[in-house]
Design a protein around this ligand. Structure first.
Ligand SMILES: C[S@@+](CC[C@H](N)C(=O)[O-])C[C@H]1O[C@@H](n2cnc3c(N)ncnc32)[C@H](O)[C@@H]1O
Length: 260
């Protein structure tokens, strides 16, 4: 039997049901969850009961980081993206407080709403440079390429990349839309990631195409990551973007109030 609570309608298995739920299940099917949290061969060969216990344990330890959600009090797209994120957290059993959100454009009222929802609002502009120390779902909807590139740079090692799961714009799409030479020069980590990541396009209802177009679930499988030349992992240089005229990222402010 279904029951309603403050979060909407909950089904028998205690998941929130909403018109957006089919979209969430298309992202978080059990198979995709397995891939997303990088279960190894030994896990997948264990009996089904053990598999579910192991899967549950790994899913429960997931964390979520959301950058660039946008001003959801005035922007309908951002509101839909927030709604989907809350459903994803529910589907992936990520506690709300383990979801860290940041957008320099948030108003103080929006930050209050996010805290009221139970999410953790970051106070520092990390410019996307967050190290994944455990399996982490990064939710970056229609964010600037520099934010993705910075995130990849910070996690640029064979150990960290498989911990990174991204729901965001397709890296292949980014590459197709840019001049190859400039893409390699300015977004070298995305350029290399294209060759080693797995992208699954998100299927969304037609009336939400504008909100979720070009969105993919991006994961990194250890064996594919290890096909890159070893030299790529040695002291990867921090991105600088000195040639980018249209940098779509807000940089952190230095002590004298200027963007660094
Ligand atoms: C193109 S908008 C996308 C907004 C919304 N997700 C949408 O699809 O309409 C990019 C967002 O990235 C945010 N952003 C820029 N720099 C950022 C940073 N350093 N950290 C987090 N978010 C950032 C901007 O404030 C903006 O809200």
């Amino acid at each position: 039997m279904e029951r309603a609570d403050a979060n909407g309608i909950r089904s028998q298995n205690n998941r929130i049901e909403s018109p957006l739920s089919p979209m969430v299940s298309s992202i978080f099917s059990p198979e995709q969850m397995l891939a997303a949290v990088s279960l190894n061969q030994k896990d997948t060969e264990s009996s089904s009961g053990q598999l579910h216990e192991s899967l549950d344990a790994k899913i429960c330890s997931l964390e979520c980081v959301c950058y660039g959600l946008g001003t959801f009090s005035s922007c309908v797209s951002a509101r839909y993206q927030l709604a989907i994120m809350l459903l994803l957290l529910d589907a992936a059993k990520i506690p709300l407080k383990h979801c860290l959100v940041f957008d320099p454009a948030f108003s103080s009222g929006e930050k209050d709403v996010l805290r009221e929802l139970g999410l953790t609002v970051l106070t520092e502009n990390e410019e996307g440079k967050r190290l994944a120390t455990k399996p982490t779902l990064f939710y970056l909807m229609h964010c600037g390429k520099a934010l993705y590139n910075n995130l990849l740079w910070k996690n640029w090692s064979p150990n960290c990349l498989p911990l990174v799961v991204i729901i965001g714009n397709s890296f292949n799409g980014m590459r197709e839309r840019m001049i190859e030479r400039e893409f390699k020069r300015d977004y070298s980590y995305i350029n290399q990631a294209v060759t080693i990541c797995e992208e699954r396009q998100l299927t969304c209802p037609s009336h939400l195409t504008d909100v979720f177009c070009d969105t993919a679930l991006i994961t990194f499988n250890s064996s594919k990551v290890n096909t890159l030349n070893q030299s790529t992992w040695t002291e990867p240089p921090e991105p600088q973007y000195q040639h980018c005229s249209d940098l779509e990222i807000i940089l952190r402010e230095s002590q004298n109030g200027e963007s660094t």
